[in-house]
Ligand binder design. Structure first.
Ligand code: FAD
Length: 465
């Protein structure tokens, strides 16, 4: 056991960095380890993509709005933070897909391109008869043993073009703002590639493994009753404030004997023994490229999106689909928005009595220029789409536009292999630097929490064992 005092720097104060710092602090306290942790965040606020705006009784999420916690990682963190009692689940409601000029309810047991029961899929009005016959081809088609392929190719191969256009693509574009012809099946949906390997047919495979898939993939969306930022605020309170630097940008990391020297934009350099880098990949690349030791950093692209939240007086909204919770939009429909949530249907606590709150997304890979328009132009476009889709007639009481430039990392085909090679390179040159966060092993908030927690444990194991 090493007895000397060690200093670890966590770069980036989003959910990944805060989780890593919190668990390191907790483990160090529990095991009485001689550890100093500092967290360095370039902006003046913590939270990164998680950003809740609380305004006149409304809870508005500028970034992520909720999460599906298959691994229970957020619940475990909330328990450790004593805020588990503030977690809330979504209300029941229907999800629709806009195809052409119509909204169709998605079969209740349809999960990301995999119908659990053929019957519900066959009877849904969203796919033509020939499309349904083609989709049933999944039952007899052979499997392939390709290592990785684009998500679009995979689902087209199993279910045909129509299912992909009208179901898979809208759900994915609305969730990841990505291009299904480039996104990696293996990195994003390994469970589907495994189903094909194990059962050949996805329909048969999902039926047979229905229980485990339901547990893993279906389930409620969750958030905190006062917004997702509750998680950030509580983490910040639990971390010792003297260990957090806000408004400080890490520009470069260099090796200095056994230590690492961090060059900062507005403070003298800091020396530490190890670093957990949780910055988005493009920022990480800049920090690592500067020292010219890691020359061959892989490429990663990001999509640019914006969330647009609008509040209406109830008598102004006049909505057709009273049972709706959210809807997604297929590319072949004439809409600028990619998805929209009726927030006060989904959650009890987000709008005062007498108001409706909607949150739409605009922008996706190949269709990002819209995000650059003025707030007024964006409001006009979104309003037009809401009128056409769900019949809203009035003007909003207010609109909040939140632009997220280059914010959604795109795990394109080969992502896992590229990241693995980078880790091997890094391990050779900088064994005391870890790369974690939304650019690596999952974009969702629970995935980031899992990565932060694992990084904390691995880091302490590596420096104290
Ligand atoms: P970030 O939150 O990006 O944090 C990284 C931090 O590093 C930032 O605070 C940044 O300022 C800082 N930084 C950057 N460069 C430097 C530097 N040089 N020095 C110091 N600090 C630096 N996930 C879900 O589960 N459910 C959702 O509904 C959902 N919706 C989303 C909606 C939107 C609009 C977006 C953008 C994302 C959404 N996500 C959702 C994804 C999820 O929010 C993110 O993947 C996650 O919050 C990223 O956390 P992170 O800590 O890895 O990165």
């Amino acid at each position: 056991v090493t007895l000397g005092r060690k200093k670890v720097a966590v770069i980036g104060g989003g959910i990944t960095g805060l989780t890593a710092a919190f668990y390191m602090q907790r483990m160090a306290d529990e095991h009485n380890l001689p550890l100093d942790i500092i967290l360095i965040e370039s902006s003046l606020r913590l939270g990164g993509k998680i950003h809740t705006l609380r305004k006149d009784g409304f809870i508005i999420e500028r970034g992520p709005e909720s999460f599906l916690d298959h691994s229970n990682s957020v619940r475990e963190l909330a328990r450790e933070l004593d805020i588990e009692d503030q977690m809330v689940c979504n209300n029941e409601g229907k999800t629709y897909v806009a195809v052409g000029n119509n909204l169709y309810p998605i079969p209740t047991n349809f999960v990301f391109g995999g119908p659990l029961e053929v019957s519900s899929f066959i009877t849904s009005g969203i796919i033509s008869l020939s499309g349904k016959i083609r989709a049933a081809g999944d039952l007899v088609l052979p499997k392939t043993d390709q290592e990785d392929e684009p998500i679009g190719d995979f689902f087209r191969r199993r279910f045909g073009k129509e299912v992909v256009e009208n179901l898979v693509e809208p759900l994915l574009a609305g969730t990841f703002a990505g291009d299904i012809d480039h996104l990696s099946l293996k990195a994003m949906f390994p469970q589907f590639s495994q189903l094909e390997k194990d059962y050949r047919s996805l329909i048969l495979g999902m039926r047979k493994s229905k229980q485990s898939i339901e547990n893993k993939m279906i389930g409620s969306y969750q958030t905190f009753q006062n917004g997702l930022e509750t998680l950030i605020e509580t983490l910040e309170k639990k971390l010792e404030t003297k260990r957090i630097f806000k408004g400080v940008k890490v520009e470069k990391i260099e090796k200095e004997e056994e230590q690492l020297k961090l060059t900062l934009n507005n403070m003298s350099p800091i020396k530490c023994d190890a670093v957990i880098l949780t910055t988005p990949f493009n920022a990480t690349k800049e920090i690592l490229n500067n020292n010219s030791l890691i020359n061959e950093m892989p490429q990663m692209s990001y999509s640019t999106i914006a969330t647009v939240t609008m509040a209406f007086k109830k008598d102004q909204s006049n909505i057709d689909k009273k049972d709706a919770m959210s809807f997604f939009v297929s590319r072949n429909s004439d809409y600028a928005i990619t998805t929209c949530t009726w927030c006060n249907h989904k959650w009890n606590n987000v709008a005062p009595e007498g108001y409706d709150l909607f949150r739409a997304y605009i922008g996706r890979v190949g269709d990002e220029a819209i995000v650059e328009l003025s707030d007024t132009a964006i409001e006009h476009t979104v309003l037009h789409d809401l009128k056409k889709s769900i019949g809203i007639t009035g003007s909003p009481e207010f609109t909040v536009v939140s632009r997220w430039k280059e914010s959604m990392p795109q795990y394109t085909v080969g992502h896992e292999m590229r990241m693995e090679n980078l880790r091997i390179d890094l391990q050779e040159q900088f064994p005391n630097i870890r790369l974690v966060g939304s650019s690596y092993e999952g974009i969702s908030v629970p995935d980031c929490v899992t990565q932060g927690k694992n990084a904390a444990k691995e880091m302490l194991d590596s420096i104290f064992l």
